[in-house]
Design a protein around this ligand. Structure first.
Ligand code: HEC
Length: 166
């Protein structure tokens, strides 16, 4: 009887070993995947906080699948808080700033100056100049139009060309 136990014991040890090896590669895979996912996020203040706070229930890159304006992001963040997302007030502020500066859609002919300050990453004076320009000239029609506003940095506009809504 005992002689018959040995092979089974060996097999079960082997199974445990391969199971261990398998779970190790699974862990490596998950770590690699999450590292790759973090790389989709442009560098900037609030990135670390977003990845930390927004990873516990779903992938943080959910944010890429739901393009929205700054106002809509504010609503989404409130919704996530209601669903149980936990962060300090500072972290919430940083996450919102990050979303506004890096991901938000920009209704350039409709957004108020305070919103443009955040989404276009410009000073109050330049945001006011954008609003003044669209009032006086009847609205922007292209990315190049936006670059004509005095004080606007063309490279910042180019970086946002896929997010500008005319
Ligand atoms: C406590 C869990 C939890 C955390 C933490 C969390 N979410 Fe969500 N999130 C959800 C659930 C649940 C849904 C699906 C809601 C639905 O289908 O109505 C969702 C959906 C979303 C969606 C899809 C659009 C929508 O409104 O349903 C976006 C975008 C999103 N989350 C962004 C975020 C961001 C950004 C953070 C970090 C600030 C975050 N989530 C943190 C639970 C969470």
């Amino acid at each position: 009887m005992e002689g018959g136990m040995a092979p089974r014991a060996i097999i079960s040890t082997m199974n445990r070993r391969s199971l261990f090896a398998l779970s190790c590669s699974a862990v490596v895979l998950v770590l690699t995947m999450s590292a790759a996912m973090q790389d989709r996020f442009p560098t900037g203040p609030g990135k670390a906080e977003l990845v930390k706070v927004c990873s516990s229930c779903h992938e943080p890159d959910n944010v890429f699948a739901y393009p929205q304006t700054a106002g809509e992001w504010a609503d989404t963040l409130q919704k996530m808080a209601q669903l149980g997302a936990e962060a300090t007030p500072d972290d919430w502020r940083l996450i919102e700033q990050y979303l506004d500066a890096n991901l938000a859609l920009i209704p350039i002919n409709a957004a108020p100056a305070v919103e443009l300050q955040r989404t276009m990453d410009v000073t109050e004076a330049v945001a006011d100049a954008i609003v003044k320009h669209r009032k006086e000239k009847g609205g922007f029609k292209s990315v190049d139009d936006v670059k004509k506003v005095p004080g606007v940095d063309a490279s910042k506009v180019d970086a946002r060309k896929d997010r500008l809504i005319f």
